[in-house]
Design a protein around this ligand. Structure first.
Ligand code: IPE
Ligand code: IPE
Ligand code: MG
Length: 262
């Protein structure tokens, strides 16, 4: 893929339920499990936190590249609900890095028309991180070029449980009829209901797990695994992943014949 993005003609298929399905070469929403920072550091006999520090450079490259390519949503898995169980010094170091980069990258977001949004159980975050997230969300809320979604203190199961809890409360109060719950109405109770599901999910460092990321939203995402450790993830490697995605045949449960006839 060169620097110019040409969206292939949009093929629209009509499923039995009338749901519209569109197939494009360029993903509208890319989600990334940024993995391999610790191994990157270990190979260099450095403390793990140096891996995280160097991973920030890949984030900057990726954000700028996605914006340039016209990718409308980028979700980055920065810290999982399970990551709270890591050694305290690593967790503390990561929290400091979040504050530092949220502070320094606000200008980059504003300059590029990027809206920052957080998803996750932010109540568990140190106040400094929470406040910096809130500040950047507030300052960038009118930006329409791209949504940069940071999954921090995020767990897919946690998200589903809090959605179920909200609905149970509404049902108990007599405001929700359990029989009326649909996939669409359920999805309205997830963290960011207006964001479309990811088309492409990339995981780096050769791991082939989902690790509790976007369990609901990844239902039909194309998964591409990159062997590169996150701090070494380059623009060329990102383009290679986009090429793999462009070559995939997304069928959404339909047959090839149905898709061709549409
Ligand atoms: C990903 O890198 C970053 C976070 C989970 C915060 P890791 O820290 O998981 O790196 P590895 O998997 O140990 O190499
Ligand atoms: C997933 O990576 C979480 C993030 C990248 C933030 P992990 O390194 O925590 O996942 P596992 O433990 O290998 O499954
Ligand atoms: Mg890891």
């Amino acid at each position: 893929m060169g620097s110019e993005v040409t969206e292939s003609a949009v093929a629209v298929a009509e499923s039995g339920q009338g749901a519209r399905v569109s197939i494009k070469a360029v993903p509208r929403h890319v989600a990334i499990i940024m993995d391999g920072n610790g191994r990157w550091a270990k190979r260099r006999f450095l403390p793990r936190i140096e891996g995280h520090r160097n991973g920030a450079k890949s984030v900057r490259m990726l954000v700028e590249e996605c914006r340039r390519l016209g990718i409308r949503y980028l979700t980055l898995f920065a810290f999982s609900t399970e990551n709270w169980r890591r050694p305290q010094d690593e967790v503390g170091g990561l929290m400091s890095l979040f504050v530092q980069h949220l502070e320094s990258e606000l200008e980059l977001l504003l300059k590029n028309g990027i809206r920052l949004r957080a998803m996750g159980d932010t109540s568990r975050l140190p106040a400094a991180v929470r406040e910096m997230l809130r500040r950047n969300e507030e300052r960038t809320k009118d930006m329409t070029g791209m949504d940069l979604i940071l999954a921090v203190s995020y767990g897919g199961r946690d998200e589903l449980v809090q959605a179920a809890r909200k609905m149970a409360v509404a049902a108990k109060a007599g405001q929700l009829d359990p029989a009326s719950i649909t996939e669409e109405s359920f999805a309205q109770h997830l963290y960011l209901p207006d964001v479309p599901d990811p088309d492409l999910m990339i995981r780096t460092s050769d791991e082939t797990r989902i690790s509790n990321f976007l369990l609901w939203q990844l239902a039909y995402a194309e998964i591409v695994v990159s062997p590169v450790l996150w701090p070494d993830f380059s623009r060329d490697e990102f383009h290679r992943c986009l090429d793999v995605f462009a070559g995939r045949n997304r069928r959404f449960g339909l047959t090839q014949e149905q898709l061709q006839g549409a």
